[in-house]
Every structure is written in structure tokens, then in C-alpha cells.
Design a protein around this ligand. Structure first.
Ligand code: PFF
Length: 447
């Protein structure tokens, strides 16, 4: 199949918005601020930026070039270089990871969608009642999944690119509006101090692991989303410039999200909680109490829902592209099929918040829910593992000569010192650093 019949981006701008849309999601606007607040503030921000530029960006270039080289999904991209042997299973890992992350990501995304209306209609339902209400959760899940399916169904230009162009420009506008509001509340500066006070004493092996994990999740790396998005890129596109723009946009949005959240939290005398509680318990209480909270709260959940939608699209697109390329399925059939499978895997996650005892407290894993298990396996382990293996594949199996040539197609200056530096990082630094982080994670090494 030529690149034209399977779809391609209409412009570089369209690609950048779609890739930035994949990156900027719940991981940026919700997870980054509270992880930063808990892990040393500015010290964590510095660590995160280091992880993104030292490990994330080189792997992003590797993924984009691998995708564009073959114009294929992760499995096809690997098979184009290594048709036989075990490497293709790395592609399958990526496809499966996309599907599994989508299955629980959609649940949280559905909540953000529900909270737009909860805030707007000033419905007093508590988070506990909300998250254990199985029919409501199922409804929100299905609505959000249908929106995601609807976009992917439309194809690359007519669906993903078109909607990214419509939705992505809205994000910074809403975010800046909320920040201005939040920063002008009385007592806001305390929140800024909490968010940014650099505390290097809390940086440990664990913190580095969290920063690296965040660098993968937030930039959609390690499962082939960027291979797939890269596969719709034209050969004359500059991968380095486009990729760097995407990452920079993500860092700015992440960083700004903290300025929207913490000043308001502190101004209203709340304590910054972690995880779901911050966004779905503490923030709604704040929106209820503060003047203008109705508007700000509604806009905030709209912001989260839009960011989540453009990310969910990319999670769905990976298995869909796999079925189109490898199984010769029509896009419409593939989209419905993957959407249906996602729905099935989403059910136990949806029951993980108290609706079912079994899924809320897995008997074989202390203090872990099914949702938590999925996020741990696919969100925290599979992405860095995939990233490590993709870097090994590109540097050692494909080879730097081939990869450099692909990247240089849209940017000849790359072949000088840049390609040498990238080569060293992708060949040695990425695999070794990620490997050590895994040793820490599994407890085989301690700090
Ligand atoms: N980057 C998204 C976020 O920050 O919420 C999540 C994500 C999307 C992860 C796509 C991985 C992926 F392939």
C-alpha cells in the first residue's frame, strides 16, 4: 500500500498539532503538576526536562524516523527492517500497550467529560458516589470512546488532523485564562512557592524513575504512537524541527498547568492532594467556593477533556493502523473493532473504584486495583521498556547509517555533529540509563 492510500498529513503544521495533541493529555495537565508538587518542585521540573531532552527527544526522533522510513504501523515498521525473528514482538507490544492504555485512559477522560456538566449544572454529587455509579460511568465511557472512534474513523487528514487543528488552539487559550484568574486570587503566591520551591533533598532513585516514566507517558513515547504518526509524514519533512516543536509545546503546557492549579488550591486554603483526589475532589470544592468558579471550573474540565481526546485518538490509531496495514482491514471496520475490544477491557477498570470489591482490591496484589495494575504495567513499565527496546532496535538492528539517512531527508545539516551526538545517545545512553532505572524499579538495585 502506498503512503497515499493509507493516508498522510496535509501539512507540517497539521502533523505538529496532531503529535502535540497526542502528547498533551491528562499526563500533562493533571499528573505533571501534582507529581512536581510532591517530588521537589523546581528540582523535579529540572530533572524532568533533563529526562525529556536526554532520553525522550532522541527516542522521539528514532520513532518518527522508523515510522516514516516504512510508512507503517509499529509491527510493519519493524518487519520492514527485520522481517524474521523476534523483533516484531516489540511492535506487538506497542499495539497491545496502545489498546490497554486506551481502555483505562478513556475512563478518566469520561470523568472529565462528566465533570464539565457536573460543574456547569452545579450538581452536588460526591466523587465517591460518582465513581461508584456503574451506569453513569458506563455512559460517560461510551460517549468518550464514541468521540474518539468518530475522529479516528475520519482518517488522517479528515479526522485526526482536522480535529487537532480545531481543538489544539483552544487549549492554551483556556489555560492562560485560568492561570490569570488563579494567580490573581488572594494567597496565590503560596501555591506558586509550593509548586516551585526547589527541594533537592527529596531527589532519589525513585524520583528519577518517576521523572523518566513521566517523560515517556507525557510525550507518548515507547509504544509506537510516534512511529504511527511518523508513518504519515512526507519524506521532505524535517523530523528534528517538527519533533522538537512538539516536545517544547508539551513542556510549556505541563509547566503552565501547575500555575493554574496550585495558586487556586492554596488561595482557598486546601492542601494539594495526589492523583484523582486533586482533580475530582479538591478542585471541584474550590470551584464551588470561589467567585466565578462555575465558569472557571467548567472551562477547566473542558480543557482536560479536549486534551484527553486528542491523546486518546493517538492511542486508538496505533492498533487501527496495525489492522489496516497488516491485516488489510478497512479503516472503518478496524476502528469499530478496536473500539469494541477497548470497551471490554475498560469494564474491570471502571469497576475498580469501589463498584466491585474484587476489581477495587485485587486479591493477588495488596492495595492494588485493576485500574492501578493496568496503569502500573502499561503506563509505567511497558512504555520505558518499549522505549529501551526501540532505541536498541534502531541503533543496533536498523543501524545508525540507515536511520541517519532517513532523518537527513528533510534536514541535511543533521548529518554533521548532530547525527553523531544522537547516535551516541540512542546507541548507548538511552538503553543503559533506562536499564538502570528498571533495576531500581524492580528493587534489584537500591539508592
Ligand atoms: N501523552 C498522553 C498524556 O500525557 O496524557 C498519554 C499517552 C498518549 C501516552 C499516547 C502514550 C501514547 F502513546
Amino acid at each position: 500500500m502506498s503512503s497515499n492510500t493509507r493516508g498522510s498529513w496535509g501539512s507540517r503544521f497539521g502533523f505538529v498539532l496532531a503529535a502535540a495533541g497526542s502528547a498533551v493529555g491528562l499526563g500533562h495537565i493533571w499528573r505533571f503538576p501534582y507529581v512536581t508538587g510532591e517530588n521537589g518542585g523546581a528540582a523535579f521540573v529540572i530533572l524532568y526536562i533533563l529526562c525529556v531532552f536526554m532520553i525522550g527527544v532522541p527516542i522521539l526522533f528514532a520513532e518518527l524516523s522508523l515510522g516514516r522510513h516504512s510508512h507503517k504501523n509499529p509491527v510493519g515498521a519493524i518487519k520492514a527492517i527485520a522481517p524474521h525473528g523476534v523483533w516484531k514482538y516489540l511492535g506487538y507490544l506497542g499495539v497491545a500497550t496502545g489498546l490497554f492504555i486506551l481502555s483505562y485512559y478513556t475512563l478518566i477522560a469520561g470523568w472529565t467529560f462528566g465533570y464539565i456538566f457536573k460543574t456547569l449544572l452545579q450538581n452536588p454529587v460526591t466523587f465517591d458516589d460518582f465513581s461508584t455509579n456503574a451506569p453513569l460511568n458506563a455512559l460517560l465511557y461510551v460517549i468518550f470512546l464514541l468521540m474518539t472512534i468518530g475522529v479516528v474513523y475520519g482518517g488522517i487528514r479528515g479526522g485526526i488532523e482536522r480535529w487537532s487543528k480545531i481543538l489544539m488552539p483552544i487549549l492554551p487559550v483556556i489555560l492562560i485564562f485560568i492561570i490569570i484568574y488563579s494567580l490573581t486570587l488572594e494567597g496565590a503566591m503560596e501555591g506558586v512557592r509550593f509548586y516551585l520551591r526547589p527541594d533537592f533533598s527529596v531527589i532519589t532513585g525513585e524520583t528519577i524513575m518517576i521523572a523518566l516514566g513521566q517523560a515517556f507517558f507525557a510525550n507518548s513515547l515507547g509504544m509506537g504512537a510516534m512511529i504511527t504518526y511518523g508513518s504519515y509524514l512526507d519524506k521532505k519533512e524535517n523530523i528534528i524541527a517538527a519533533g522538537t516543536t512538539v516536545v517544547a509545546f508539551g513542556i510549556v503546557i505541563s509547566f503552565l498547568a501547575g500555575f493554574a492549579i496550585f495558586p487556586a488550591v492554596f488561595a482557598m486554603g486546601k492542601s494539594p492532594a495526589e492523583g484523582a483526589a486533586l482533580v475530582f475532589v479538591i478542585l471541584p470544592e474550590i470551584f464551588e467556593a470561589m467567585p466565578g468558579g462555575l465558569l472557571i471550573g467548567t472551562l477547566f474540565f473542558l480543557l482536560l477533556a479536549i486534551a484527553a481526546l486528542t491523546s486518546a485518538i493517538s492511542l486508538l490509531e496505533v492498533p487501527v493502523a496495525f489492522l489496516i496495514d497488516e491485516r488489510k482491514m478497512r479503516r472503518k471496520v478496524a476502528t469499530w473493532l478496536v473500539g469494541g475490544i477497548t470497551l471490554i477491557f475498560g469494564i474491570p477498570s471502571a469497576l475498580s473504584f469501589g463498584a466491585s470489591d474484587f476489581f477495587s482490591n485485587l486479591p493477588f496484589w495488596t492495595d492494588q486495583s485493576f485500574f492501578g495494575m493496568m496503569d502500573y504495567i502499561f503506563g509505567s513499565i511497558a512504555l520505558p521498556l518499549g522505549g529501551m527496546l526501540f532505541s536498541i532496535f534502531v541503533a543496533w538492528r536498523w543501524g545508525l547509517v540507515g536511520a541517519n539517512k532517513e532523518i537527513a531527508l528533510g534536514n541535511e545539516t543533521f548529518l554533521g555533529i548532530q547525527s553523531k551526538m544522537w547516535g551516541i545517545v540512542i546507541k548507548y545512553i538511552c538503553p543503559i540509563v533506562i536499564f538502570f532505572v528498571f533495576l531500581f524499579q524492580t528493587g534489584l538495585l537500591t539508592w
